[in-house]
Design a protein around this ligand. Structure first.
Ligand code: 0L1
Ligand code: MG
Length: 259
């Protein structure tokens, strides 16, 4: 697949995200698109955002739970890029009309105190973490009727759209990071319960995997960057008027509204 095609596909996914207009999966028209090239499309779509003035502030891991991997028939997680334009403050609202079919998932996020260059072990990855907090990620696949392959999702920046961090920050050594209980409520009713253990068995493993996948491309995570480790439960659909409230053991709460 040549560079012009990568740039064209990046324009298609970026425009779909900007206009909240669902598209057919790319692999239907470009069956030669493979995982490597899909990450090229993801980077080319990010380059378009950076040209519009957005700044990279975070990375995310996706498809980190067994349930989600089985659902997609894959064995490896994926990653995506998150910008300042995607970040919202705890308690803010997302705008329903800016999204195709938004869903929300409960996560744990890291804030790095040091650069992190793979290959690393989970322990080495954790050593680069300054703070841990709870997070809500809003994902919004741009594909019509949720029909896509893993390759399509990667090209679509792992369905990234918005993310919210909790205000409570803890050092990793002050938490039972591998088994934090999480309860996600929708409009005052418990919608999902889970544990951070569902995030690749330990969120630190997810962080290490991310550093290792980036290292394959000669890239690294840098001090100050945020990393969303992945969803601990299924994502829930949200619509106008909804309120999602997440409680993470020892990490307080995170709220988002849909307007
Ligand atoms: O954050 C993630 O787990 C990415 C999910 C990508 C697939 C989807 O949109 O469900
Ligand atoms: Mg996620």
């Amino acid at each position: 697949m040549d560079k012009d095609t990568i740039v064209k596909l990046a324009e298609i996914v970026d425009t779909a995200a900007m206009n909240a207009e669902p598209i057919e999966m790319l692999t239907a028209s470009y069956p030669e698109l493979d995982l490597e090239r899909a990450y090229d499309v993801q980077r080319a779509s990010m380059a378009r955002r950076f040209n519009r003035g957005e700044k990279l502030v975070a990375m995310k891991m996706g498809l980190t739970s067994r349930a989600k991997m089985e659902q997609m028939g894959v064995h490896n997680p994926i990653y995506g890029h998150l910008t300042d334009e995607m970040m919202r403050s705890n308690g803010d609202a997302i705008v329903r009309s800016e999204h195709c079919h938004p869903r929300v998932e409960p996560e744990v996020a890291f804030i790095l105190g040091k650069d992190l260059v793979g290959p690393v072990t989970s322990a080495e990855a954790l050593d680069a973490v300054e703070w841990v907090c709870g997070a809500l990620e809003v994902i919004d696949s741009r594909y019509k009727d949720f029909k896509f392959t893993l390759i399509d999702v990667v090209a679509d920046n792992a369905s990234s759209t918005r993310f919210f961090l909790g205000e409570t920050r803890k050092r990793p050594e002050d938490l039972d990071l591998g088994n934090l209980g999480m309860v996600m409520e929708l409009n005052g009713k418990v919608a999902e319960t889970g544990s951070s253990a569902a995030i690749l068995e330990h969120p630190a493993r997810s962080l290490a995997e991310l550093a290792n996948m980036l290292a394959e491309r000669g890239e690294k995570l840098v001090a100050g960057q945020i990393v969303l480790a992945g969803g601990a439960t299924k994502a829930i659909h949200v619509d106008t008027g909804d309120h999602v409230h997440l409680t993470v053991q020892d990490l307080g709460t995170v709220d988002l509204f849909v307007e």
